[in-house]
Design a protein around this ligand. Structure first.
Ligand SMILES: [Zn+2]
Length: 198
């Protein structure tokens, strides 16, 4: 018996998508089978905790509280903002090469069932960006499900309203309920190119 081993196993079990068996296997791998790799993992976690911060503007991944690479890239248009749920969605869209504007990460989608209201998402900050006056188009790249739909409507009604901002939504070409992260680059490019007015 080892209390330290149990602590590691229980900590791993709290990671989303990690089942009891997987946590046990991973704890055993780290603590017994490959201790040098475990040190590398521990160092990487500490370094990420110290350095990774959300970009203060778009809430994508950045470091040390600074603007992210995309926000600070002057060659990318400030006039178009692609709204996504998670920062990993930015990676998926960037891989498609179809987007040359900026991004805004909401940090999820509205869900009354899971008690995620507007105050839990980065909507206020999106509103401020829209109010700044330089935004001409907002592209909604949110999941193709009821919660994604509700979030799109909220942005349309509360944030864009009567402002002269073109609001579009990407067409997925995928079944209802699908998420951006599961689509391949070609599908995402098609979805962006064929975006429709919302
Ligand atoms: Zn940014």
């Amino acid at each position: 018996m080892s209390k330290a081993f149990d602590n590691l196993k229980n900590a791993l079990k709290k990671i989303p998508g990690m089942g009891t068996k997987s946590a046990e296997r991973m704890a055993s791998f780290l603590a017994l089978e490959n201790r040098s790799h475990a040190r590398d993992v521990a160092d990487a976690i500490i370094s990420a905790l110290e350095r990774v911060t959300p970009c203060p503007k778009c809430f994508g991944l950045s470091e040390d509280g600074k603007l992210c690479n995309i926000c600070s890239d002057a060659s990318r248009s400030e006039k178009s903002i692609c709204v996504v749920e998670k920062s990993s969605d930015i990676d998926a869209i960037e891989k498609s090469g179809a987007w040359t504007g900026k991004y805004h990460v909401l940090g999820g989608k509205l869900s009354p069932l899971r008690k995620i209201g507007p105050d839990k998402l980065n909507l206020e900050q999106l509103s401020e960006r829209i109010e700044s006056g330089c935004v001409e188009e907002i592209i909604l790249a949110l999941s193709n499900d009821i919660e994604g739909e509700a979030t799109c409507h909220y942005i349309q009604e509360r944030l864009v309203g009567t402002r002269a901002v073109k609001l579009t939504r990407i067409g997925f070409g995928l079944p209802s309920g699908s998420q951006l992260g599961f689509a391949d680059a070609g599908t995402i490019k098609n979805a962006i190119d064929s975006r429709k007015t919302f």
